[in-house]
Structure formats: structure tokens, C-alpha cells
Design a protein around this ligand. Structure first.
Ligand SMILES: Nc1ncnc2c1ncn2[C@@H]1O[C@H](COP(=O)(O)OP(=O)(O)O)[C@@H](O)[C@H]1O
Ligand SMILES: [Mg+2]
Length: 216
């Protein structure tokens, strides 16, 4: 079973957007997919409640109530949506649930500053230090040719943490969310630029680089 978490202490950076799109991606690949929501705001489960019955199924788990106990044994991929404001002991506990963590960061000074503090704290968590969990960063809601997008790019490039994708700001994410879909389920003529941008992230997730060397 594969456990992939989307995590960042900062709200609004795209955790639920990435989590729902990842769940949709693996479901459309025919994987038995679970979406576990640790956020009491339940955005990911709200998205799932909008999902049409004729789409590849995703099972929701109210992880904010029961942790991962409700995850069925035959699940192949578990996508975990984390809440904001996870710090200290709570961060250590949250990291325990995953073997792969994706940290989305927005092109804004507030978000870049918050991300650098968060990534420092995350790097100090024992399981991350011991490489029992692998972390990557993703730039999200990027508008090309803006100064701040360039700053974010430079900041993420300079990190030791792999920088695996740059996702644009697009109505497709909002359209897809409203319908309980992922961008992979939108028509190609609309969503192909987004599909292309997800490719390096999906490739990283499919590679050994995103998995711990020794089973945790
Ligand atoms: N790439 C994107 N393009 C456009 N809107 C986005 C994108 N990523 C996130 N959003 C929007 O930004 C807001 C915050 O995203 P969300 O995924 O809820 O963040 P978080 O879960 O980290 O709080 C939502 O309204 C979402 O639709
Ligand atoms: Mg969220």
C-alpha cells in the first residue's frame, strides 16, 4: 500500500487541490484509491461527495475522527489530505502516517516565508531526517512572467528537497473540484497544459526516489 500525504502548515496553498487531483489520477489508473481527510474542514471529503457515481470510485476516510483505521486492507494508494497549522508534536505524529510527502507552495512572500520555516521544522522530524519518509516541493498557482513566480522558482530550486513540479493557476482546478473530478478527467483540449505540468510529479511518485530506502 502506498501512502502519499499533502502537507504544509500554511492554509490555502493547495493541499486539498493536490490531494483530490492525486486521488482522481490514481483512481483513473485503476488503482484502489482511498482519500483520507485529516482536516476537520473536510474539503477533500466534500469534493468526494460531489463525485459522479459513474467515475472510477474513490473511498473516503474521515481521518480527522478515526485516523487511518478505516482504510480498507485492499487499498493500493492512500492519499492523505492534511490540515493547516500542524506544528510540533502534531507534525511528528502526522508525518508518521506517510512515506511520501508533497509540500505545495504558493508564489507569495507570505507563503515563501512560511514555507521556509515549515520545511526547516519538517526536516528536523526524526522520520524525515532518517529518510523513512521522502519529501518533495511543488509550486502551485503559478502565473508565468510574474516577479514573484521567479522568486518562488529560485527559492524552490535552491532547496535540498526535490522540486518536482510547477503548476499554473487555472480555472480547471476550480471547475474540476466543483464536479468532484480531477483535471485528468476534464477534456484534453481544456486540460492538456495541466496534464503536462503534472507529469514530473507523477513520475517522481512512480519512482523509487519518492519511497523510503528501508521500509519504515
Ligand atoms: N492551481 C490552482 N489554480 C487555481 N486555483 C487553485 C489552484 N490551487 C488551489 N486553488 C484554489 O485555492 C484555494 C485554496 O486551495 P486548497 O486546495 O483548498 O488549499 P489548502 O487545502 O492548502 O487550504 C481554493 O479555492 C482552490 O480552488
Ligand atoms: Mg485543505
Amino acid at each position: 500500500m502506498r501512502y502519499i500525504m499533502v502537507l504544509n502548515a500554511k492554509g490555502g496553498c493547495g493541499k486539498s487541490t493536490l490531494a483530490t487531483n492525486l486521488a482522481s489520477y490514481y483512481a483513473t489508473q485503476g488503482k484502489r484509491t482511498v482519500l483520507a481527510d485529516f482536516d476537520p474542514q473536510c474539503s477533500a471529503l466534500d469534493w468526494l461527495s460531489r463525485r459522479p457515481a459513474d467515475r472510477p470510485p474513490i473511498e473516503g476516510v474521515e481521518a480527522h475522527r478515526h485516523g487511518l483505521r478505516g482504510v480498507p486492507r485492499n487499498a493500493e494508494v492512500v492519499i492523505i489530505d492534511a490540515p493547516a497549522r500542524v506544528h510540533g508534536a502534531e507534525l511528528t505524529a502526522m508525518v508518521r502516517h506517510a512515506e511520501t510527502i508533497i509540500v505545495p507552495v504558493l508564489p507569495s512572500t507570505i507563503d515563501i516565508t512560511a514555507a521556509s520555516q515549515f520545511l526547516e521544522k519538517l526536516a528536523e522530524v526524526g522520520r524525515v531526517e532518517r529518510r523513512q519518509v521522502r519529501v518533495a516541493v511543488v509550486a502551485n498557482r503559478v502565473r508565468d512572467n510574474t516577479l514573484i513566480a521567479g522568486e518562488l522558482d529560485e527559492y524552490l530550486d535552491g532547496l535540498k528537497t526535490p522540486y518536482v513540479a510547477k503548476l499554473r493557476e487555472a480555472q480547471n482546478y476550480i471547475r474540476a473540484y466543483t464536479r468532484g473530478l480531477g483535471i485528468f478527467e476534464l477534456p484534453e483540449y481544456l486540460a492538456w497544459p495541466d496534464w503536462e505540468q503534472w507529469e514530473p510529479l507523477l513520475e517522481w511518485l512512480g519512482s523509487r526516489r519518492s519511497r523510503p530506502a528501508v521500509a519504515a
